[in-house]
Design a protein. Sequence first.
Lengths: 339, 433
Amino acid sequence: MLTVVLFFLFFSLFLYVLLAGADFGGGIIELFSSPKNQEKTKQTIYRVMGPIWEANHIWIIILIVILWIGFPQYFNIFVVYLHIPITLMLLGITIRGLAFIFRHYDAVKGRSQGSYNALFKLGSILSPLFLGVIFGGLVGGNINLFSENHNLSFKEIYIDGWFNVFSVLIGVFYIALCAFIASNFLIGEADDEDELNLYRKKASYSTIILVFIGLVILAYGYFNEIDFVIDFIENKYSIIAVAISGIVLIPLWKMIKLKRKAWARILAGVQVLLVVSAAMLAHFPDVIITSTKEISILDGVAPDSVIQVLGIALLIGGAIILPGLYHLMKSFQLIKLFK
Amino acid sequence: MENLEAARLQMAITLIFHIVFACIGMVMPFFMVISHYKWLKTRKEIYLKLTKAWQRGVAIFFVTGAVSGTALSFELGLLWPEFMKHAGPIIGMPFSLEGAAFFVEAIALGFYLYGWKKLPEKFHWFTGVIIGISGVMSGILVVAANGWMNSPSGFTYENGVFSDINPIEAMLNGAWFTQALHMTLAAFVATGFAVAGIHAYQVYKGKNVELHKKAFRIAIIFAAVAALLQPISGDISAKDVAERQPAKLAALEAHYETEKGAPLYIGGIVDEEKQEVTHKIEIPKALSFLAFGDFDAEVKGLNDFPEDEQPPVAIVHYAFQIMVGIGTLLAIVGLFYLLSLKWKKWQNHRKFWLLFTLMAPLGYIALEAGWIVTEVGRQPWIIYQVMKTKDAVTPMPGIFYSLITYTGMYIVLTCVVSWLLARQIKVLNQNED
């Protein structure tokens, strides 16, 4: 059953990174568009994402609930030491949710839309930035456990762990990944040649930035001897995953050119799957790296009786939710495989 | 402000807001699908308009609830890491099921909001029903988790170690049913009176009367029936608390001394220093009867509990008085509405609509007061007689700043939502005029 639980943990992480990422990415692309195109992008994003908007953001709740039930010790370190970036991320998510409600449910469409858009874009940057920072904090090797040293200052315990170059780089990487996902999703929705070219351009920029930041992170980590990066490079599964994700870019571009949007979307999804897998595999199961030691997610895993029940609950929940979600996407043509 | 106080206040404020969003998200879908059903049956344009107006309300509250729910699911860990470390696995069952129910709700909402003219009519309507049912399920499951804090079960606790964990037994703890029943009814009372009140006000002002009267009728019938059932559920809850959490009972009745044939105090001013209640109305032996079904039963007073295990008295007593007082009033008003169905002339008076306008906020005030009774009445425990709240709080100092951030966030959220709803109603009325 532990495998089932770990699978769902990974699965909800992947779907959150992908689907919420596509959503954040919409806001990011809006930010980097000319005013004329902003409105168009906004409409398109809403048309595509609208029906599943609510569902996208529930994956993080599922993720967090699995963590606290199944891996309480791990969750404990996570919420104690990364309290500040988690709060900042929540702030980003809230700002975004607020702006979303405003943009779509304000009965009066007036000048105030401008400020809603600004808030939306701000939230779209802040949320993925801090999500990345949190992940960077977990694996960056900068967390100082106060149980090991009682003389640590507030800054050493609660700030140094995540406020550093490596974490911020990971945050920027996730922003680029979001833009990459969204632009690839949008390509399939372009109505005319102009729009298509616009999204293509966005897609190529974000791909270049993504690859570039990825390389910067590897180089920075390698030269600063960050354990996670070194293990990432030395772990053959991670490197294979990254290599494949590089190769997959080629068919992805081909499909985009051929306007096969279903395939383009699947390949973009595969990209994300590979990136997330590479990051997870690099150090599994030691997914917290502090300044002194590595902590396995499996340390202090919940007792068997809990894992059993959780696994069954997830299987039943999955059996209800996933077909429902699939039909929702199909009904509103988010999945156009059978067209 | 001390860390513990700041953390408790932050949790309280977050929950006070979240409960409102969540209850509206739970109950409004039912109003919506009834109006939708009437539209399908009668094909009167006005029901379609009402359904769509309520649908926007449901969507706004769902998104708000989802955002604040996301924050809450992290906050539990951020503020109470020690609690979550031990309790997380034990009460995981209702939370994971709640996650699933919430997800089903989100999927159904996706179908419903975007399904107009795209889905078969009956299926489309049915997705609306699913929103309501899964919403209520979510609510019941979350309350079951809270029930466990009041009535912990499904584990063995020895020397600070939790073992023999049985998540199913923990979910089906002794308090889950009474609490869930009381809360579900409360959600219908509060939201029903609030929605009915808003529409009653529009009728009172003479704006778009036909539509608002129809809306009022749908909402008030739920509210009236639930309000009449609520005292029965309240009685079950009181007997439950009397048996399981005598200190809470003593606090909510502000009884310091143990006595047989204890009187019921109505109102009164509590002096915690002097341990006395002045200016109260006393009904002899009533408390013993209400709590134990026996006029001479012994009710334990607060002084029988160690000082460090006594909950704050004044706030719990006042909150309880407010809850019961409003609950009684709303039951009477609910009955009054049901009678007005027979004596239809009553509804022609403007004062009729003014009365229901004034009732609008009361249900929510009672609901919040009820949660204050449950939560503050359980103090100093976070898990009743197992873990104290002060031992669960985060070691990170400076929670005061977090308190300010979250409070600000929720105030903005509430202002925004209220403002948007006001704009919705304004536009709805304009289109008609």
